[in-house]
Design a binder for this molecule. Structure first.
Ligand code: G6P
Length: 368
């Protein structure tokens, strides 16, 4: 109903704007008075976490993309190898699991059949299962050894937004907790990184306020036959998520790729004027992404770069630049996904789509 939308024309737009608060809530009270991370709800003791030698992340859809983002943070901070897998694949494989394997099952609803089955498959083989969910008491949380909740509040729109960014935030805390318990980071480093996470809501507000020219950009996108999203490192899952958001609600053909793979096929799709959206924030792969932008430009693409404020170099190569504030390299996904959500939203509205209830899709997939 209109009242539930609180003045927003769609739940999706409302939920996009709820993200800063949802992240703040998800990060709330995760430390003790000494600034050490405490995840009481996790119920694992330090010894379990110290002896862990492998992490699998299993999920579907947008939650899978959150897992791909988290892989970078867990490997970098906690020094433990992470594989991220689609739940419907994992459940029918024979993954090598032991009591020292941690399986992180991510599901906003906690009711996705494939993710629940993947978690059960892992438990059968004596792996330890941590659920990341937004719904207290959901089936997945009851099947898991431990739970870490996102606190996004109810998400109504089929296309996930605030659940995604809160999953990334919760997984960031989990990565830091693993780093702390495994003594991979000094306590002050953990505190610094947590403080950086806590600054995100304010920075997200800044990005969300600068929505104006995204509606204009979306007009060009809405006219395209095909939209390509590219990125590297933790920009890859954001490219995948940007493409997923766009196809889910606008029905435009969109795909995301690791930018370094373009030469192996996708660049053949580039046509004069075809839109390419590149995640090009600062970090160790920045210059590589800029080269990839030049490659698609040379073939006639119209490039929109998502870049770090103050990055004037990108402006020389891209046709349009959307700026986000500077943050630690591992934290960019929470900011860079925001303009992509907005572009998808505006494009779907322009095309007259049913934004909150796209055709053929369900909010929660409780069948195989
Ligand atoms: C459906 C929804 C997606 C969601 C996916 C996984 O496809 O439309 O938005 O990402 O299910 O849902 P879950 O509740 O397991 O995170």
């Amino acid at each position: 109903t209109a009242a539930e939308k609180q003045g927003y024309p769609h739940f999706m737009l409302k939920e996009i704007h709820e993200q800063p608060q949802a992240i703040a809530d998800t990060l709330l009270a995760r430390t003790d008075p000494d600034g050490r991370i405490v995840l009481d709800e996790l119920r694992f003791d330090g010894a379990d976490l110290r002896s862990a030698d492998k992490v699998y992340v299993v999920a579907c859809g947008t939650s899978y993309h959150a897992g791909l983002v988290a892989k970078h943070a867990i490997e970098h901070w906690a020094g433990i190898g992470v594989e991220v897998e689609i739940a419907s694949e994992f459940r029918y494989r024979d993954p090598i699991l032991t009591p020292h394997t941690i399986v992180v099952a991510i599901s906003q609803s906690g009711e996705t059949t494939d993710t629940i089955a993947a978690a059960a498959h892992a438990r059968d083989q004596r792996a330890r299962v941590v659920a990341i969910s937004n719904v207290v008491g959901s089936t997945l949380t009851r099947e898991a050894d431990a739970v870490l909740y996102t606190r996004a509040g109810p998400e109504i729109a089929v296309a996930s937004t605030k659940a995604f960014t809160t999953q990334i935030a919760a997984l960031g805390v989990l990565a830091l907790f693993l780093a702390q318990e495994r003594r991979k980071l000094f306590p002050e480093e953990c505190r610094d990184q947590l403080a950086r996470l806590e600054q995100l809501p304010e920075l997200m507000e800044q990005v969300l306020e600068a929505d104006g020219h995204l509606a204009e950009l979306a007009e060009r996108i809405a006219r395209a036959d095909y939209v390509m999203f590219i990125g590297r490192h933790n920009g890859v899952p954001i490219a995948l998520e940007g493409a997923l958001k766009l196809k889910e609600i606008s029905y435009l053909h969109a795909e995301g790729f690791p930018a370094g793979e373009m030469k192996h096929g996708p660049i053949a799709l580039i046509d004069s004027g075809g839109p390419v959206i590149a995640i090009a924030t600062r970090g160790h792969v920045h210059s590589k992404v800029v080269s990839n932008i030049q490659e698609v430009k040379a073939r006639g693409a119209e490039v929109t770069a998502i870049a770090t404020e103050g990055d004037t170099a990108v402006k020389e190569h891209a046709d349009h630049v959307v700026y986000v504030p500077e943050v630690h390299e591992l934290l960019y996904p929470i900011l860079t996904v925001l303009p992509l959500q907005a572009i998808a939203y505006h494009a779907a509205v322009l095309l007259g789509r049913d934004v909150d209830q796209p055709r053929n899709l369900a909010k929660t997939v409780t069948v195989e």
